[in-house]
Design a protein around this ligand. Structure first.
Ligand code: PLP
Length: 485
């Protein structure tokens, strides 16, 4: 399977190890598979009988054909082991007549683990495959969950160094403590005075700075990214959509061919793009509902065709969705409008902060996508209602999706899969407040109180966090990011 850039027609073709090693294409575009493998009914029925890691190895083998089956099997088994994820890597909870796909049973209690437990192993293998002599230096911009999940994934991986930048006021105290207490000899964590987009723009600027690259090469290092722009992040996310469909088939909740709508709490557009790819491969998915919080730039885009980032930025109770530039949308533009248009749109976004997509293209996009946004009040009310009605506790991000799913379902007769992206304990203060409880000043007291009020178990990694030792405390200006390397 070959990969090409979203921004140049007939760009140089690369294999997956190269693409995973390099992250961004040389023209600034994102790598996309030149064509997509097909999922047939027979294949899905075979996959339905497999474990999660077997499904992962198989689906990844379709995309990463320069990796051997043995390599992928070993990587998937290590990544999705019972020790890391418990018995079932991506279980489905039935809540009323909706299915909640819980993607937060990994080591950091957020969905980013699904990709970031396997991606470092793929990167490690890619260095050998591409004959790379330098070691990888991973730079990550995070709105919270990615940072910790990347740190866990890359911690003490051979020939890799990782540095994480996060917005100082854009993550929860628990997320901060998770990152600041990270173990490992190859990790560093720095906070940025600014929002997530400042951090992300800073990382992008470093990646595209030739002088920085040269300086690093002298130290025997090269830049690589773990953000969801890397194909190595995206490919493993396709797996859980296929896996969810398989599980619903195996449990008799669906018959093959029944369309399953999917609602995804969306930030950088990586998670929902993986659903789109699964659908394009032939998985019987219906509408893909892109759920946003009051940073509703994607809702506006899907409804109007205008992507306009010149707007107020809100800090919300679902911070991992507080985003003005959804990088992976570029891949959807490539699939629907082609490289030449995509390049135009991205240049317009960089220059003027806005682009307008052709009406024909938007018609194609709206066949697969709906965009719905959810206010802070609605998010909180949804957490409370779902807990009261079904005894099911969800986090703030999942609640945004649950609300959007409810709204969309009025238009559709299909069954609905709501993608649940974090443990409620990752956002305990906001969840407690949504339940109408007083919120203790200390985040860790909030964890305990949420446990008392709901009797839902606290994930082990969060329960042990209070005692963890802080190792990283530095805060810098975005302008100092390059210097801080
Ligand atoms: C990252 C994240 C999201 C957004 O996912 P994207 O792939 O960036 O769209 C939603 N919820 C949680 C909890 C996250 O960590």
């Amino acid at each position: 399977m070959n990969y090409i850039s979203t921004r140049t027609k007939a760009s140089e073709k690369q294999q997956s190890a190269f693409v995973i090693k390099n992250g961004l294409a040389p023209d600034g575009g994102l790598y996309v598979p030149e064509s997509l493998p097909t999922l047939t009914e027979d294949l899905v029925c075979v996959l339905a009988k497999m474990s999660y890691s077997e499904r992962a190895a198989y689906i990844l083998s379709l995309f990463l054909d320069d990796y051997s089956d043995e390599e992928l099997k070993a990587a998937a088994e290590a990544a999705y082991s019972q020790e890391k994820f418990g018995k079932v890597a991506a279980p489905i909870a039935k809540v009323g007549d909706n299915y909640f796909l819980e993607l937060w049973h990994g080591p950091t209690s957020a969905f980013k683990d699904m990709a970031l437990q396997i991606m470092p192993r793929l990167l490690s293998l890619s260095l050998g495959k591409t004959g790379e002599e330098k070691d990888a230096y991973i730079l990550v911009a995070t709105s919270g969950d990615t940072g910790k999940a990347a740190l866990e994934g890359y911690c003490d991986i051979d020939r890799v160094k990782i540095k994480v930048f996060y917005p100082v006021d854009g993550v929860s105290n628990i997320q901060k403590k998770q990152m600041a207490s990270q173990k490992g000899n190859n990790v560093d964590v720095v906070s940025i005075k600014g929002n997530f987009d400042d951090a992300q723009s800073g990382v992008k600027a470093i990646f595209s700075n030739p002088a920085a690259r040269e300086q690093l090469a002298k130290q025997g290092l090269f830049f690589s990214s773990a953000n969801s722009i890397n194909w190595g992040r995206l490919a493993p996310q396709i797996v859980y959509y296929v896996s969810a469909y398989c599980d619903l088939l195996a449990e008799g909740e669906l018959k093959y061919g029944d369309l399953l709508d999917v609602t995804v709490p969306t930030g950088n557009f990586g998670n929902i793009l993986a659903a789109y790819i699964a659908k394009k491969m032939g998985l019987p998915l219906g509408k893909l509902v892109c759920a946003s919080n009051c940073n509703n730039i994607l809702t506006d885009f899907i409804n109007t065709g205008v992507y306009d980032k010149r707007r107020e930025f809100f800090t919300t109770v679902s911070p991992s969705m507080d985003i003005l530039i959804s990088s992976n949308l570029e891949r959807l533009l490539w699939f629907t409008a082609g490289a030449e248009k995509t390049k135009e749109y991205m240049e317009s976004l960089a220059k003027d902060g806005i682009y307008t997509v052709d009406a024909e293209v938007m018609e194609i996009i709206r066949k697969d996508f709906a965009g719905i946004s959810c206010s802070e009040e609605e998010t909180k009310a949804t957490i409370k209602n779902i807990f009261k009605e079904f005894g099911y506790l969800c986090d703030t991000h999942t609640a945004v999706a649950a609300k959007a799913a409810l709204e969309y379902k009025k238009e559709s007769g299909n069954k609905m899969l709501v993608v649940s992206t974090a443990s409620p304990y990752k956002f305990a203060p906001a969840v407690l407040s949504a339940l109408g409880e007083d919120v203790p000043a200390d985040d860790f007291d909030a964890l305990d109180k949420l446990n008392e009020v709901t009797k839902v178990a606290i994930p082990q990694n969060l329960a042990s966090l209070r005692q963890a030792t802080v190792r990283f405390t530095k805060t810098i200006d975005p302008k100092e990011m390059l210097q801080s390397l």
